[in-house]
Design a protein around this ligand. Structure first.
Ligand code: FIX
Ligand code: ZN
Length: 426
């Protein structure tokens, strides 16, 4: 191939040029956000947005209890707007909002054009009262430059069922992911009964060929209904594979065969300890280091299956990159939850790029409140751009010719291309 022509595709020569080009390309790149907890408008109240939701995000609930002298009972007895006021007063007025979750609210308000200097919660509420959800979706997608978000769709959730039943999920920028936590983590307690109630002939221990067939029938029905980008589950740090129990039987006889047959990857989110402090409700989950031997076995024994994986423990991240070098059926994604902090995103992104080049999905937002797309992506774009600048710099310093379109190609892959190609199986 001929070298790039400088007039059509500028060669990046100086550090300033590099910094400006990468920043501009990263900011201009639209994003496919592969894991969120957002919903399209037909899902009604499941789609959270606005200042009171933003302030009562479970990350901030965990933080407010560290500063306020209030019982769990009294906090949960408050209305949402009272909780929001308490969090605003405690974490933003009586203390400076420097944690990542607090800073996120400030970034979001600022990006929405609100005066963060005024610290006037009433004005912020008035802004949201004056807009419709549809308009606000457009504003948020525009400000965050996100083009698609993948929802988290629970086939066992009665609040979602009518929308899936209607066949109209509205705005096509919201795509589905078939979440299987209830099926996998609660089969014996709730999923089994639920399935029987729907007419699936399953037994309580999932111990017969008939039951496998029935679970597969259930999954097929939901795949046809949702057209999900992937199936997903969150798992505790002590997740084991192979597994001599319901989880193992579900994996081997139901989920992995269906995942292959329908070419729908299986996303594993490993490392969550649910309800470490149940009094905090959703804010009460913790993290633990996983033994990744199980993941290696799963990848090795199921090389015709595609897996998306993100891990919740910082200590597991390097090992995951090494596993990524061994298995092309693994796509590593995102800096999940407690990993989604600037210092850790920077470390993980650098580690991934050094070990795996540009063959990863560096980030997802995990946004629960629509507005959060703005800050989560603004903060992450900046960090990913900085890491890329450092890596490209080491190339141009030794006279590697790097062009703008090559940077655009790389950034496009990181923020959407790698995901699409992985789904297609190329
Ligand atoms: O399991 C998950 O998808 C987690 O991301 C959530 O359950 C968690 O509550 C969260 O919001 C993390 O960001
Ligand atoms: Zn999530």
């Amino acid at each position: 191939m001929n070298p790039p022509h400088p007039n059509h595709d500028p060669i990046i020569k100086t550090h300033d040029q590099l910094k400006n080009t990468v920043s501009q390309v990263v900011n201009a790149q639209t994003i496919t956000d592969i894991h969120t907890h957002l919903f399209s408008p037909p899902f009604g109240e499941l789609l959270l947005w606005g200042i009171d939701e933003l302030l009562t995000y479970h990350y901030l609930i965990a933080e407010v209890f560290r500063k306020v002298n209030l019982s769990y009972h009294d906090f949960w007895a408050m209305t949402k707007s009272q909780q929001a006021e308490l969090i605003w007063q405690t974490l933003f007025i009586e203390n400076s909002p420097v944690s990542e979750a607090c800073r996120g609210v400030v970034t979001t308000l600022n990006e929405l054009g609100l005066d963060v200097g005024s610290r006037n919660l009433k004005d912020y509420r008035a802004y949201f009262a004056d807009t419709t959800v549809e308009d606000f979706i457009d504003t948020v997608f525009d400000r965050s430059n996100v083009s698609k978000v993948v929802m988290t769709n629970d086939p066992f959730d009665p609040a979602e069922a009518p929308v899936w039943g209607s066949g109209d999920t509205g705005d096509t920028r919201f795509e589905a992911a078939l979440r299987m936590d209830v099926l996998i983590n609660n089969y014996e307690d709730t999923a089994y009964q639920h399935l029987r109630g729907l007419g699936y002939d399953v037994d309580p221990y999932l111990s017969s060929k008939k039951s496998y067939k029935e679970v597969r029938r259930f999954l097929e029905m939901w795949i046809q209904r949702m057209n999900p980008k992937y199936m997903a589950v969150s798992l505790p740090p002590d997740f084991q594979y192979p597994h001599d129990g319901v989880l193992g039987r579900l994996f081997d006889n139901c989920i992995l065969p269906i995942s292959r047959e329908f070419n729908v990857p299986f996303a594993l989110m490993i490392g969550v300890k649910r309800a470490v402090n149940p009094q905090l409700k959703m804010a009460g989950d913790g993290t633990g280091k996983a033994d990744l031997t199980s993941l290696e076995t799963l990848l090795r024994e199921n090389q015709d299956n595609k897996f998306l994986v993100t891990l919740l423990s910082r200590e597991n991240q390097h090992e995951l990159c090494v596993i990524g070098r061994k298995f092309k059926n693994l796509m590593i994604f995102g800096c999940w939850w407690f990993m989604n902090n600037p210092s850790i995103i920077e470390e993980i992104t650098r580690e991934r790029i050094e070990l795996l080049g540009l063959s990863v999905i560096p980030q997802h937002s995990d946004a629960r409140i629509l507005d959060q797309l703005i800050y989560k992506w603004k903060h992450s774009r900046q960090i990913i751009a900085d890491v890329l600048i450092e890596k490209y710099k080491s190339l141009i310093d030794v006279k590697w010719t790097l062009t703008q379109s090559e940077i655009e190609r790389d950034v496009n892959n990181l923020f959407g291309g790698n995901f699409e190609r992985f789904l297609k199986g190329v």
